[in-house]
Design a binder for this molecule. Structure first.
Ligand code: PXG
Length: 479
């Protein structure tokens, strides 16, 4: 079916609002060093200038309306333009814009937010979450995890337990510890990473790593087994913790088989190792639950959060500290020499509280779990019929699809063709933001999206797949 007839062509609207794009681009390349960017290349092309946003759309300085299927950067869970969040920030800025939480001092929004987060975190078995440590980002929170895990084992008289095991193609941030915990080879290649005592196992990626004919269930068990092999190779008495994203986000929306996390739980329990769930992307309704460990049925000791806690309106991150760790820190005591100026920032915490209240009022996690998430899954399933799509899957409100050269043989395109980037270019041209990770196209839409808006997004996705397919056929690259 040619879906291009279903929707209006890219909406070029509100030209009257257009700003002087060239002037902004010139200032941008003269002064702004962007993250994860080839700066020389950007200077020759010029940045896209995003000027405003509302609901599930953003607008650029040329007046183009763009459907943001990435929620900013996996974070605008409650959608753009929410007055409640702006009001909460304004009220708090006028009441107490800042005070620190060092030196036996606290502030009301930070206390209320910690209690709120504890009330949202489901208790599993004997593991509960009563305590929260605040930071301003996911990266800082994972640095906190490294410090806290080592402090925990020191206090228990096992200082030799230092090694943290993570996975290749994981993303845990961009600070020295965050990038080391992450498994991105490009990041490790710059700056002598990983730092000592951090090591990696292979990811549970059925598409890339399963044996021919291996079921998802069997592969999940085998992939979890790599953790046990690594623990035994290092020596269990030296292993402090295992860290993983419930679903790998930046790595390309890698959804593990259902057998994976329960087996990981069995292994960490067997060796008494701490389990860290990095839910910077997956928490706050993204997978249909307040916290994603509930979906996969495991029991983390520490949970990293950021992004969706404020729907990205203001920087805030933190670590949910489970009772296993908190009890030791509190009861065995002594000063924990770690913290940030902005730990428990009153304005960020006030915005987070307003955001969580709003998400609760609109029942967004349940909506994703029971209504819009399953609907999105159906639409992605149907995409598998497209000649360019080798696989397509979702989990809650994240999704990934593989662009493939030959569906029968599963032959991939030559990476030099940059097929994912070609598809991404068609998305931009047609008013859609979708990310490319190699030849995997990924989405993480705002949780407020309705079924009708999912239809609009899917029509755009099909339009862009069709355009990419037509390009590749014309150039003789298709099988
Ligand atoms: N953990 C996870 C699981 C993340 O996804 C971080 C930690 C670090 O958070 P901060 O707030 O320090 O950025 C993240 C961040 C991408 C992309 O290209 C993903 C992230 C950040 C930047 C780019 O998909 N995730």
């Amino acid at each position: 079916m040619n879906t291009s007839t279903l929707i209006a062509p890219p909406a070029v609207v509100r030209r009257a609002e257009a700003q002087d794009t060239h002037a902004i681009q010139a200032l941008d390349s003269a002064h702004f060093i962007h993250p994860f960017t080839d700066h020389g290349d950007l200077a020759t092309r010029g940045s896209r200038v995003i000027t405003r946003a509302d609901g599930i759309y953003v607008w650029d300085s040329e007046g183009h309306q763009i459907l943001d299927a990435m929620s900013g950067l996996w974070c605008v869970n409650a959608g753009y333009g929410r007055k409640e969040l702006a009001d909460a920030a304004y009220q708090q800025l006028m009441t107490l814009p800042f005070y620190n939480s060092f030196f036996q001092t606290t502030n009301v929004p930070a206390v209320q937010l910690a209690a709120k987060l504890a009330s949202l975190a489901p208790q599993v078995g004997d593991r509960s979450f009563k305590h929260v440590f605040f930071s301003s980002s996911g990266s800082e929170s994972n640095d906190t995890n490294v410090r806290m895990v080592r402090r925990y084992w020191d206090l228990l008289g096992q200082p030799e337990r230092k090694v943290i095991i993570s996975r290749h193609n994981a993303y845990h941030g961009s600070t020295m510890a965050g990038a080391s915990l992450g498994g991105m080879s490009g990041m490790h290649a710059q700056g002598d990473l990983p730092i000592p005592n951090i090591t990696h196992i292979e990811q549970p990626h059925h598409w890339d790593n399963a044996l021919p004919g291996e079921s998802r269930a069997d592969f999940g068990l085998r992939a979890a087994g790599w953790l046990e092999e690594k623990i035994l190779a290092i020596g269990p008495e030296k292993v402090a913790a295992f860290i993983g994203e419930p679903v790998q986000g930046a790595g390309g929306v890698i959804i593990p088989p259902e057998t994976y996390w329960p087996e990981i739980q069995r292994i960490v329990d067997k060796y008494g190792i701490l389990l860290i769930s990095d839910e910077v992307i997956c928490a706050f309704g993204r997978l249909g639950h307040w916290f994603a460990y509930e979906k996969f049925g495991y029991k983390p000791d520490l949970v990293t959060f950021a992004k969706g806690v404020t729907s990205g309106y203001i920087p805030l991150g933190g670590v949910m500290v489970g009772n296993r760790v908190a009890d030791v820190l509190i009861e065995q005591g002594g000063e924990f020499n770690h913290g940030y100026t902005y730990s428990g920032h009153p304005v960020a915490c006030a915005v987070a509280l307003a955001n969580l209240n709003l998400m609760e009022k609109e029942d967004l996690p349940r909506r994703v779990r029971e209504d819009t998430g399953p609907y999105l899954a159906q639409q992605f399933e149907a995409l598998k019929a497209h000649p360019l799509v080798g696989d397509a899957e979702t989990c809650g409100f994240v999704g990934g699809l593989v662009l493939i050269k030959n569906k029968a043989t599963r032959a991939m395109f030559d990476p030099d063709l940059g097929v994912g980037m070609r598809c991404r270019a068609h998305c931009f041209k047609n008013g859609l933001i979708m990310r490319a990770v190699g030849d995997r196209m990924i989405i993480s839409p705002p949780l407020i999206m309705t079924r009708e808006q999912i239809d609009d997004m899917m029509a755009l996705i099909r339009l862009c797949l069709d355009a990419t397919w037509a390009d590749l056929q014309e150039a003789g690259h298709c099988a």
